[in-house]
Design a protein around this ligand. Structure first.
Ligand code: MTE
Length: 343
């Protein structure tokens, strides 16, 4: 990233909470989405969509205006973590979303400019079933679930976030890529009237990211529509965001409007801007440093810092960064490949 100075946030050393305590804080909810009659439809209020599941049980998420609602979402227990979950207030106020500005506080401040209804998503390229979906049709067939993932930014901070979404592999199953497809390219909305950062050529807009098809098919790769049991806030990439937890955060592209299957390796925006700093694969790897800073450790952000804690620039990253961000099961994707080139 174009960081001129280190981040102002502080990490806590008390990173690990005991699993039972954590579990008792969580509520495991009834079946979501499809089975429970999920419907995602434009709201009559015009400022949002209604994502309505079965009758609210333990948690029903609502948009602040009350126009968005996630139904009951079941946590996928396979992806529970012992880590302390980052507070929502921190995850929604300390953001990277350059289309909304380059400061960490800009996305929150400019979030209201982005209108996510109506929203369409084009799925095309080397697929048997291309389609131009309205968001509600895109999501309706999917079984939503909650997954808690670590998010490791290349800037050496990290968070732990409960996402709501569905496996990218499910969408790939719907799109039916042809045998020639090898990569999946994702593109963010291009609209400077709603994304004022696009009026400045910080990056070559629109923001583009890409995965190898086999990476996109990996069960960890998630298309998300929510976090913390609620519809994604705009600053976090509403209404549709990719999350690839073993890669640096910039691969997790926000506010997606286009998904293309291709046989040619796309050039992601950050790779185009600085290929030696942000290579295509960008797998989290503590032993491969960014040219300008170490990737061995990270500052875990749990809550909004106060007082001196806010001067994160002066604080050393405290936690060891884990290979593949602690998701070793993806190593099989890269067997035989030179890991120092893949980071
Ligand atoms: N997606 C778009 N379209 N634009 C961006 O600037 N920033 C990336 C990623 N996705 C970015 C983006 C970076 S660098 C990170 S670390 C994460 O979003 C940050 O996600 P968060 O703000 O939800 O923590």
């Amino acid at each position: 990233m174009l960081i001129k100075s280190p981040n102002p946030l502080h990490a806590r050393e008390s990173e690990v909470t005991d699993r039972d305590t954590w579990l008792s804080r969580r509520r495991f909810l009834g079946k979501a989405a499809r089975g429970a009659g999920l419907a995602l439809a434009a709201s009559s209020g015009g400022a949002g969509a209604l994502l309505a599941g079965c009758e609210p049980a333990a948690v029903t998420a609502r948009h602040s205006e009350g126009q968005l609602r996630l139904g009951d979402i079941e946590a996928n227990k396979r992806y529970l973590l012992p880590d302390t979950i980052t507070e929502k207030a921190a995850a929604t106020t300390y953001n990277n979303f350059y289309e909304m500005g380059v400061l960490k506080s800009d996305p929150r401040e400019n979030a209201h400019l982005l209108k996510t209804t109506p929203w369409s998503v084009r799925v095309h390229g080397l697929v048997d079933k291309p389609a131009n979906y309205q968001l509600e049709d895109f999501i309706a067939p999917q079984q939503l679930e909650e997954r808690i993932y670590r998010l490791r930014c290349v800037e050496a901070w990290s968070m732990v976030i409960p996402w709501v979404g569905f496996p990218m592999a499910d969408l790939i199953g719907r799109a039916q890529p042809t045998s020639k497809a090898r990569f999946v390219k994702f593109t963010t909305l291009l609209d400077p009237s709603m994304l004022p950062g696009q009026r400045t050529p910080v990056l070559d807009w629109p923001y583009v990211e890409a995965l190898e098809l086999k990476e996109a098919l990996h069960p960890l790769t998630l298309l998300t529509v929510g976090m913390y049991g609620e519809i994604l806030p705009n600053q976090n990439g509403a209404p549709l965001r990719l999350v690839v937890p073993w890669k640096y955060g910039y691969k997790s592209i926000k506010s997606i409007v286009d998904i293309e299957f291709t046989d040619r390796r796309p050039v992601p925006s950050w790779t185009r801007a600085a290929p030696n700093e942000y290579p295509f694969y960008s797998n989290v790897n503590p032993s491969v440093n960014h040219p300008r800073w170490s990737q061995a450790r990270e500052r875990r952000i749990i809550n909004i810092p106060r007082g001196l804690d806010a001067i994160g620039a002066l604080l050393e990253p405290k936690i060891e960064t884990l290979m593949f961000n602690g998701y070793p099961e993806v190593a099989e994707l890269y067997r035989g490949m030179d890991m120092t080139r893949l980071s």
